[in-house]
Design a protein around this ligand. Structure first.
Ligand code: ZN
Length: 279
């Protein structure tokens, strides 16, 4: 998608970031991937041996390049986890592949970057109790399934009730929102919920899936946030993590507004806020 090229260009151009703020992920060790995914599924993916019917659910023809790209995205999230521990916050300019289940892919997601990141932190004993805040307009069904039986990772998804996936999984907390939900209602629900989750689950690390497909201009999303409402959402999550001193990794997730400028602007806002709040 073109946004992945335009977003870093915009951030450099406006001076939000300098070259040194970027890192380049690589192909990670398989062991990190199979900590979150069924090894049989992962090696089928790697060898392009996913059965045709299952491959169709992913949505694009599988190729070596695509699988490699997905592995590199997962590494981006793992590296961002380490930078978040160092700097308080770090972002993956891609990522948010929350429709990938432990043993199958769906909706353009093959490997679940934040689930892999969570397992990575736990295996290195860098974090123990994790909270995943998924505010993409689509439910984090794959993430919910991966951590279904794991009390150490709390999955929270706030999404459009009428959006894909139509058969939703059960997260630790799901808040489905009605079509047309706007800034005021959305933000008040978020502000009532997030502090309670932090208080109850006591996470030592937070993953944030900050999809901008919650905008009213989005072609797929059923919600109606304005650009400034979406920015206030990000600001609230970032400020809350900063206030509690909990490191935060962000993956960009979806954004399908008609005008590419809107998408880039909404994602750039997340980075601008991170710079303002954490430096
Ligand atoms: Zn989405």
């Amino acid at each position: 998608m073109i946004k992945y090229e335009l977003l870093p260009k915009q951030l450099l151009h406006e001076g939000t970031c300098i070259d040194e703020n970027f890192f380049a992920p690589e192909i990670p060790n398989d062991k990190h991937i199979v900590a979150a995914h069924d090894p049989e599924y992962f090696y089928d993916l790697l060898n392009l041996k996913i059965p045709h019917k299952e491959a169709r659910k992913i949505g694009f023809p599988l190729s070596e390049n695509l699988v490699e790209r997905e592995r590199i995205i997962a590494d981006g999230t793992m590296k961002a986890c380490e930078f978040a521990l160092e700097f308080g916050v770090a972002m993956n300019i891609a990522g948010g592949t929350h429709h990938a289940y432990s043993n199958r892919g769906e909706a353009f997601c093959m490997l679940n970057d934040q689930a892999i990141g969570a397992r990575y932190l736990q295996s290195k004993k860098l974090a123990n109790r994790i909270l995943i805040v998924d505010l993409d307009v689509h439910q984090g069904n794959g993430t919910a399934e991966i951590f279904q039986k794991d009390d150490s990772v709390f999955t929270f998804s706030m999404h459009g009730a009428g959006n894909y996936p139509f058969k939703k999984e059960t997260s630790n907390l799901d808040i489905p929102l009605q079509k047309g939900t706007g800034d005021k209602e959305y933000l008040s629900i978020l502000k009532e919920t997030l502090p309670v989750l932090i208080q109850k689950h006591r996470p030592d690390f937070i993953f944030y899936l900050c999809g901008v497909d919650v905008l009213d201009t989005d072609k797929l999303g059923t919600l109606s946030l304005t650009l400034s409402g979406c920015k206030e959402r990000d600001e609230y999550v970032l400020m809350t993590c900063k206030y509690h001193g909990i490191p935060l990794q962000c993956s960009m997730g979806g954004g399908y507004s008609k005008d590419i400028k809107t998408i880039v602007e909404a994602h750039a806002n997340t980075f601008r806020l991170a710079v303002d709040i954490f430096s």
